[in-house]
Design a protein around this ligand. Sequence first.
Ligand SMILES: Cc1cc2nc3c(=O)[nH]c(=O)nc-3n(C[C@H](O)[C@H](O)[C@H](O)COP(=O)(O)OP(=O)(O)OC[C@H]3O[C@@H](n4cnc5c(N)ncnc54)[C@H](O)[C@@H]3O)c2cc1C
Length: 418
Amino acid sequence: MGNVLIVNPEVVIVGGGPGGAAAAYWLARSGHSVVLAEKKRFPRDKTCGDGLTPRAIHQLTEMGFDFAVPELHKIVGLRAYAGGVKLEMPWPDHSIYPNWGAVIRRTDLDMQVAALAEKQGALILQGTTAEPVVEGGRLTGVRLKDGDGDERLVHPKVTVIADGSLSRFGRKLGTERNKAYPYGLAVRGYYNSPRSDDQYLESHLDIRDSNGSPLPGYGWIFPLGDGQLNIGAGAVSTFKGWKEFNSNKLMDALIEALPEYWGVTPESVVVAPKGGKLPMTFSVSPKAGPNWVLVGDAAGAVNAFNGEGIDYGYETGRLAAHYISQAIGSDDLGLLQNYPAALEDQYGLYNKVARLFLTAIGRPQVMGALVRTGMRSRPLMEWVLKVMANLMEPEDRGFGEQVYGAIERIVRVTPDVR
Ligand SMILES: Cc1cc2nc3c(=O)[nH]c(=O)nc-3n(C[C@H](O)[C@H](O)[C@H](O)COP(=O)(O)OP(=O)(O)OC[C@H]3O[C@@H](n4cnc5c(N)ncnc54)[C@H](O)[C@@H]3O)c2cc1C
């Protein structure tokens, strides 16, 4: 922290990933004094697929992100492999979201978004760990510690907890993950490839071991456009065999089975696979306390359909900023409780469907039936892509019933799972 003078800011933000940086951007833009503490120094890595869907592009556009940076590789759609079938689908047209996505390393992305927040006036303290001061069960201050042993105690009006999937800060305030909700584990590595300028994200839903037996989980290949690919594999806690799930085994099987055009062998590895956690469907509660809120992974905001969490970090950071600004402006912190209600309103139904879907596909027969039915029908798969990437139009609001109906029908015609 050195000589930086920190008067008590209105808001302290814990963590400089997508959730924290977006909250800092929108709060500073509304004229609030904001300190964001990030325990690492940029450029910092974050284990991730580095994939941005149109929802993330939309939020980045709203924050004035420069898409011309050479590190960003544009993506036009999704190529899905399952049941021996390949299907290439462009991102759908939408009235709000663009019909393109991107892949960009988190080392580049997060540093650039934090810089946008700084430009709006947020004070970004890198290499600074934030710790809660709790007295009488209430958050009364935040202790900011830098690597030189410098320590400051600040007393913000509101604290935004954006410290990621483990959310140690949040746990000290009593937040808890609902263990009945789905939860993901994934690994990713970087690999050299002659085809890194491919403009499709690729997903594999049908990974098998050397004996041809199906392994629980899915895999992805996200091209970076710079000679390398981000390749990863993961599974969700509802999958059969979850307790024995071995992400490295799944990753080895994926690399072994990759289509030849990627030109990837185990020797192509540049950065060895590393694992991370994906808390899903807003599994962490409470989302707000008397003077704090949770955003991004700290709230369990990852989309269970596809493992995306960058966009939900930006969206929840922005939404939280809106309610914090209202609460501070009206001098009524009770208004922070409107934030969890807004999250429920915006994402509640979608997450309910996602949980049902994940429970259903956890049964291999249902997964097999869905893959066989879906991959034979392009219109159905294009609709599935829209649902999975949460790119439905407001008039598609009845989608919940449609998805329930579709899953139910498939369960009914699948032997052994009636
Ligand atoms: C293997 C894997 C692949 C994924 N692939 C994708 C993908 O392709 N696309 C996608 O959209 N999502 C993906 N995700 C999910 C995505 O990475 C997260 O949802 C996203 O990073 C959440 O952002 P966040 O700001 O909430 O948390 P984070 O990005 O985790 O940021 C939290 C920050 O807080 C800092 N911090 C923690 N504690 C403190 C403290 N006490 N004081 C100060 N700073 C602190 C950390 O250093 C970190 O920088 C993937 C996740 C995994 C594990």
